[in-house]
Design a protein around this ligand. Sequence first.
Ligand code: SF4
Length: 446
Amino acid sequence: MPMHTFSFISLGCAKNRVDAEMVIGELTHRGLQLVAEEKDAPLVIINTCAFLQEARQEALDTVRHFIEAKKSGQRRLQHVVVMGCLAQYVKNFGLEPGVLQEVDATVSLDEAHQIPERIGSLLGLTWKGNPSNPAASPHRRFLTTSPHSVNIKITDGCENFCSYCLIPTIRGPLKSKAMEEVVAEVQAVERLGAKEINLIGQDISLYGVDRYGKPALLQLLQQLVTSISSVSWIRLLYVHPARVDRQLVEFMAREPLLCKYLDLPIQHVNTRLLNRMGRKTTREDLIQVYELLRTGVPGIALRTTVMTGYPGESEAAFQELLEFLRAYPFERLGSFAYSPEAGTRAYASPGRVPPEIAGARQRMVMEQQKAISRKRNRSLLGARTPALIESYNPGKRKAYGRIYAQAPEVDGKIIIPGPRSLRPGMMMPVRITGVGSYDFMGERLQ
Ligand code: SF4
């Protein structure tokens, strides 16, 4: 039987990428072969994002590109399959499928378990056994990133229902993985050489509410740290500030395997706006959480996300946001301008801010943050800390890695001059010798 090959494109966030890796794992387990070059594959699978209009546009453009490539007959391409959030979005909102009408299969999130069978029937293959959900076989996951830093998705969906967010509508209610499944998944990637585990989900502080009747992130962490032996760091990404409590902070402070880093999206600081956003926090709550983390976990690096131009954001409220971020500085910050999304509560909210003002405010936040990040980074000059090496450039004789204060993909790098023996996956002590707004320079310590 000739080998069937396929290529895969995953758009959107790290959580989407984990879904993609599960599907790739399931298909390769069934004998298909993944190829890196899209032009060489007769089948392309596109995993889409639909969080914002911009993301939907990117997904549609990508699909259109492959439909045209298929029609042109210049490549081997015969089948285009679309999965993920856009497929679910179109289904949930009963939208005209548009270009999706021209693809060979569209598999929404609630049909994800059918992916292997749908693809099998496109290729004329019959697979024995019951249909299996790729997400139910995490041990088959195919890592598309370095095996040294692995994202583990512990929840899917969300039930915070922030007024501007489509995620609960697209991804559905919260679904937490069982603790023993998470532990098994982490142990499996540890055997492949994982040094850094990033726990991800739309909001991981909700972990367990659906399955155990109460938040259980702390219990999960307690289990994890006793179940691993060669992982160096567990990093927590996307923790809602309303659910950071003293026990979690104390655990972070005393447990060496927990990275002294927290991604804590606050979105805004003006209490009236936070209320309208449905964020379950006030300005005072945010100050309390901030102080709790700063005093409870000395040296912690904090990342946050803020949104500008939410309906009703006056100039004074925006200035309050800027002032807050100076008074309570975060080491890292991401921001985005509010985008009105049909299907969210905020869509009908009065007081829309013109997009050019929302965009200008977003740029102002980032401009201010550059100086804040540089100043915070400077406080690490001379510090000794472990660094995880991720790549080496023999021409420049430099290694590139990250320290505890830098999450993968979003937070910059540490650059360490040194010999070829610095290999990806090494965890080694360094001294910080230089800082910028995003990157560090370091020297290797013996
Ligand atoms: S917590 Fe995040 S994913 Fe959940 S509704 Fe709010 S913004 Fe959306």
